[in-house]
Design a binder for this molecule. Structure first.
Ligand SMILES: [Zn+2]
Length: 589
């Protein structure tokens, strides 16, 4: 378990609006920050960050929590990993990483650097003739080979192994690096044999893994390092250590290591590739930290096109502008540059179509626009795309282009666009309302056998009370002698209250951000919602008295209200919501 003191320091060093601001742009609104929710797609901001309570809440989709929950959710990490990520962001020593593990990590890093040198030396030695020939055959210069630290793993089961032994690495360190493996009989052997080697660097320039390619056409073409304590595929971008030094913020995202290397050689120093087979949301976020624009440059085959669609989808939730590069008559950028040269590639890059154009071009391929039916369907689909995804300026520009292309008047296209856009926004608003209602029912979910008006009133009072305690911890003095956890009917609030009491007994603080290790994401979201709804309210001892009497009065609930139908419950919740209406962000939609 991570200590309370550690968590408090972490929270003190973490600026939640700054943290979240790197994922979605935030605008200050009074004492809060507002932005588009990074967890659901929306055009009007309903996502709010509350620096006072160090929490966030989305009024659109109900997601909420503290900085740790945010990191957890957005990166799909577990609690400890999220704390570690925040710690390294805050420049703090990692928690509970005992010295043994820290030492192993740095030993494995050193081992990787050493073995990369060994591979480089092998390539330049007698055994490396074929490898050198291979790299030259790919058109790589000596400078490029050096820059990327390319090398060759000799055709042997034990040469890397004995080199590493001589360097003083232990069996544990070698196994942890993924460079050697243990056979069933218990013997160690080299994983990479007779392969040209491509080191994979982290963003700081440490060698963290290798890709090894066959010299010939035998399968498998590539063998990659397994994931280790220093290498996480889904978090690694090949080429980023070099690209980040570029003055350009336009990145070129390609499919393979060799595409990246040959693009760099041709002068495109922002070429990168995602490690692993499919681009991950985490990789998208890492790239977004460095790039303002990303040009997708995948292979022209079906797999490449699928990857393009996936990448566009992932980037659509980021702040990065995405364009798509289509390579005429070449299967990948490497081949294109070899055939047509760097200038032709740059030319292509500057004229790269954006994501909207790409989508519209894809639609066009589906129809025969020389016949009226095809033309109409093409137009309809494009209007649908523009209505949902384009800004008003883009809508105007593309309506003009479509008009030219189809011979339909621009004014008519714009009218149609407006109708579709209106319907679309109505549909979305309805959806949000339904979700909110559903969320309301979920958030006040009465336990089995407890129901009725009074109980709902009490449930609401419980949430308010817990919210008050989180906001104004000094109020606990008034509550703790007068309320036992068992008196609360909502299990989530009971759990939170017990935790608060326990912390108080241990003379520890209980601000939201120190609770996330012991409460589920659902409970954290509920607490954040309560804080969000009350962020402007200063609770008084009178409020507390009222909540206490409501909670305790509910124990004698009336019988006739005990059976409430779901829609009555929904209507009741709506009423509750209106009485205590949270800050309204839907007004401008
Ligand atoms: Zn949301």
């Amino acid at each position: 378990m991570i200590s309370h003191v550690y968590l408090q320091e972490l929270i003190a060093r973490t600026n939640i609006e700054e943290l979240i601001g790197t994922y979605t742009p935030l605008k200050r609104a009074g004492r809060t920050y507002k932005g588009l929710c990074p967890f659901h797609s929306e055009k009007t901001p309903s996502f709010v960050v509350y620096p006072d309570s160090q929490s966030f809440y989305c009024f659109g989709c109900g997601v909420g929590g503290d900085a740790i929950t945010f990191v957890k959710k957005i990166n799909n990490l577990d609690y400890v990993e999220s704390v570690k990520m925040l710690a390294s962001r805050a420049g703090m020593k990692l928690p509970e990483e005992d010295d043994a593990q820290g030492t192993l990590r740095s030993r494995v890093l050193a081992l990787n650097r050493d073995v990369a040198r060994f591979y480089f030396a092998c390539m330049n030695g007698e055994v490396g003739i074929a490898a050198r020939k291979y790299w030259r055959g790919r058109g790589l210069s000596d400078a490029t080979i050096r820059r990327f630290g390319l090398g060759y793993a000799p055709d042997s089961f034990g040469e890397s192994l004995s080199y590493l032994k001589k360097k003083g690495y232990t069996q544990e360190e070698m196994l942890a690096s993924g460079i050697v493996k243990k056979s069933e009989k218990g013997n160690l052997y080299d994983v990479f044999r007779n392969r040209v080697m491509i080191p994979i660097f982290d963003v700081r320039g440490n060698v963290i893994a290798f890709g090894g390619r066959n010299l010939g056409d035998e399968k498998p073409k590539y063998i990659n390092s397994p994931e280790t304590l220093i290498y996480k595929k889904s978090h690694t971008i090949f080429g980023l250590n070099i690209a980040k030094k570029s003055t350009s913020r336009r990145y070129i995202l390609c499919e393979g290591y060799l595409d990246v290397i040959s693009l760099h050689q041709a002068g495109f120093d922002t070429a990168v590739a995602a490690c692993g087979t499919a681009l991950t949301p985490e990789q998208v976020r890492i790239i977004s930290d460095y790039a303002d624009e990303v040009v997708l440059c995948y292979d022209g085959d079906e797999a490449g096109q699928k990857a393009t669609a996936r990448a566009m989808e992932l980037f659509s939730n980021s702040t990065v502008k995405v364009t798509v590069l289509t390579l005429p008559a070449a299967k990948d950028p490497d081949e294109f540059i070899k055939r047509r040269g760097a200038d032709a590639f740059r030319h292509l890059l500057d004229g790269a179509g954006n994501a909207l154009e790409y989508k519209m071009a894809k639609v066009k391929e589906q129809y025969d626009i020389t016949v009226p039916d095809g033309l109409l369907n093409y137009l309809k689909d494009c209007i649908e795309i523009l209505a949902q995804q384009a800004t008003p300026t883009e809508q105007d520009v593309y309506a003009g282009r479509l008009a030219q292309e189809t011979g339909v008047e621009k004014q008519r296209i714009l009218q149609q666009l407006e109708t579709v856009a209106k319907n679309y926004s109505k549909r979305r608003q309805r959806q949000i309302q339904q979700d909110l209602l559903k969320e309301g029912i979920n958030s006040i979910r009465l336990p089995l056998g407890v129901s009725g008006n009074q109980a709902l009133g009490a449930a609401n009072a419980e949430q308010q009370l817990i919210g008050a305690l989180l906001k104004q911890p000094e109020l606990l003095e008034q509550v703790k002698g007068n309320l036992r956890p068992e008196e609360l009917i909502l299990p989530e609030m009971r759990q939170t209250y017990s935790l608060i009491l326990q912390r108080n007994k241990e003379q520890l603080s209980f601000e939201l951000a120190t609770l996330s290790g012991e409460l589920s994401d659902e409970v954290m979201a509920q607490l954040s919602r309560v804080l969000a709804q009350n962020y402007e309210i200063q609770f008084t001892p009178g409020d507390i008295q009222l909540y206490l009497s409501r909670i305790q009065g509910a124990k004698h609930q009336s019988k006739e209200a005990a059976k409430m139908e779901p829609d009555q419950l929904a209507a009741y919740l709506q009423k509750l919501k209106q009485q205590k209406k949270p800050t309204d962000f839907s007004g401008d939609e």
